[in-house]
Design a protein around this ligand. Structure first.
Ligand SMILES: Nc1ncnc2c1ncn2[C@@H]1O[C@H](COP(=O)(O)OP(=O)(O)OP(=O)(O)O)[C@@H](O)[C@H]1O
Ligand SMILES: [Mg+2]
Length: 526
């Protein structure tokens, strides 16, 4: 007992001996701040940086000596500097703290880092200065975009297996009717039926191609006018073959909503994720119903995907949006002879997509009864539909107008012939070029009112010919015909350089309505 007491006394003594001076304490605090992982700045009321710790200097690649008297505007984006200065100049009570302020720091190489900041006043050298304590969010943003990419790759598998299945059906229909009609060319009723089916199947094939090309890799939002009910129908049709196998009934309830501005591909990916989750939940129960609702809530649109599946335990609801949280597992659950696999990325990526659209996803669920996921999107109504949309076709076949002289540049013989037949049928004068070389020769030696230009040509892309056409035929209108452009952003840029744009496969009546739109008068060459 005695010894114990002695020990305690010695401990107190040691602690007392370690009592540090004010200078020591200052030095420790300075060392702590300097080496903190958080970026720390002290700025005066004029925005001059009085102190920047190591983390901040490392982030901005500033050397120690560079820091003295640097202004905050040299490190922070212009708009953010103005916002920060407004905060500094507010006459707030002492210790008032601003949290979650996002500032964009400009690095030496011009790249930006997104900082989430706390800003609060401190007395410093006899005046009130401000501490900006910042955490670099860039790594988590990069992580999100990597996750989106992973999810994108995973969904391509699901999506393409649906596409392959649908495409085989399309081809079977076309082939079957073509073979039947070929056997009896005198049977006009059969021929009529075959053409109707072939035309409808081609339309379906064209839609599938469009969907596939929408799956080109991109993470930024690319809003375009979209009819939500069509989008929901596309996803349901791609999943339709599973519904019967898995005893899933579908119910739909669509409000009448005009086209809204959303990223078609990304929202489609979200709906697909939610439908697959609903299917899996029902599969684990045996049978059930998925209800898809699209509802107009004034300023927002709600998309409900409700199922009567197994539901989610209350303790897990908070976790389902976490990346890689899954109850299915990469190895897979085996239910009713089927294997259900999941990577746990579906909901986290979906919610990130919806947040980027300015919306949110909510969920309500009862274990054993089912779940309802609601996607809430801001209702941004589209003003215009694209000019070349099939719905805008209004120039009737065989409707004659004053003749124009037209150059068609396409390496595909079937497209050249189709355009030749369609255009000469309305008495246009048509010249055909098979490649860039022939096209340039015609542009130099002849006059044309309109040039139909294929985007992908054997030696060079059609857009390389635009300056040549404009130089030799300044009055000619250019209509670009394209089957594929690598990215929507590139397509947007290209569209600006031409008078009209038609996507392959096109409807013949689109050609006429397009001519009518861009060249309403008589031909300039006649
Ligand atoms: N409709 C639903 N009913 C019941 N549980 C659900 C439902 N939707 C999601 N969950 C639960 O949330 C988890 C996470 O869903 P999420 O879509 O993120 O990943 P996943 O479906 O497991 O895998 P992935 O979508 O990446 O293939 C699921 O594993 C499941 O446990
Ligand atoms: Mg999922």
């Amino acid at each position: 007992m005695k010894r114990k007491n002695n020990g305690m006394q010695q401990g107190t003594l040691k602690r007392k001996n370690r009592k540090c001076s004010v200078d020591d304490r200052d030095a420790s605090v300075r060392a702590l701040v300097t080496h903190l992982q958080e970026c720390i700045l002290i700025i005066d009321k004029n925005g001059i940086i009085l102190f920047a710790n190591e983390a901040f200097r490392r982030l901005l690649n500033i050397h120690d000596n560079d820091c003295g008297n640097k202004h905050i505007r040299d490190c922070i984006a212009k708009n953010d500097t103005a916002r920060l200065m407004r905060i500094i100049h507010r006459s707030d009570p002492p210790h008032k703290e601003y949290r979650g302020i996002v500032l964009h720091a400009i690095k030496r190489d011009g790249a930006t880092a997104e900082l989430s900041c706390r800003i609060f006043p401190v007395p410093y050298g006899g005046e009130t200065c401000h501490i900006v304590s910042a955490v670099d969010q860039t790594p988590s943003i990069e992580m999100n975009s990597k996750m989106e990419h992973l999810q994108h790759l995973a969904s391509i598998g699901t999506f393409s297996s649906g596409i392959v299945h649908e495409f085989n059906n399309v081809l079977t229909g076309i082939r079957g009717y073509a073979q039947l009609a070929d056997k009896d060319l005198t049977n006009t009723r059969l021929l009529e039926k075959a053409f109707t089916i072939i035309e409808a199947e081609c339309q379906r094939g064209a839609e599938l191609c469009k969907n596939m090309s929408l799956y080109s890799s991109r993470t930024k939002i690319n809003p375009e006018p979209v009819m939500l009910r069509d989008l929901a129908e596309t996803v349901l049709s791609l999943q339709k073959r599973y519904f019967q196998q898995e005893k899933v009934t579908i119910e739909k309830q669509y409000d009448d909503i005009p086209d809204i501005m959303i990223d078609k591909f990304q929202i489609q990916q979200v709906i697909l994720n939610l439908i697959i989750n609903a299917r899996h939940a029902i599969l684990q129960k045996g049978y059930g119903t998925i209800t898809v609702r699209i509802m107009d809530h004034g300023k927002t649109i709600h998309i409900d995907i409700e199922d009567t599946g197994i539901g989610i335990e209350e303790k897990n609801i908070r976790r389902i949006f976490d990346p890689f949280y899954t109850s299915k597992g990469v190895i897979g659950l085996h239910v009713a002879g089927k294997e259900i696999k999941g990577s746990g990325l579906g909901l986290s990526v979906s919610s990130s997509i919806i947040r980027k659209h300015g919306g949110e996803i909510t969920v309500s669920s009862v274990r054993g009864k089912g779940s309802c996921f609601t996607v809430i999107l801001p209702k941004i109504i589209a003003n215009m539909r694209p000019q070349t949309d099939a719905a805008a076709c209004r120039y009737p076949l065989h409707c004659k107008r004053k003749p124009l002289k037209i150059l068609v540049v396409d390496d595909e013989i079937s497209i050249r012939e189709l355009l030749f037949k369609a255009l000469t049928a309305i008495e246009m004068e048509v010249i055909l070029a098979r490649n860039a070389e022939e096209a340039i020769a015609y542009c130099k030696s002849d006059l044309f009112d309109i040039v139909f230009l294929d985007y992908i040509l054997p030696e060079q892309n059609g857009d390389n010919l635009i300056p040549v056409i404009k130089e030799h035929l300044p009055q000619a209108k250019i209509i670009m015909i394209s089957g594929w452009v690598s990215s929507p952003i590139k397509k947007k840029k290209l569209e600006k350089n031409v008078d009209a744009w038609i996507d392959k496969p096109f409807d013949v009546s689109q050609i006429f309505s397009c001519i009518d739109d861009i060249a309403p008068g008589d031909g300039i060459t006649h």
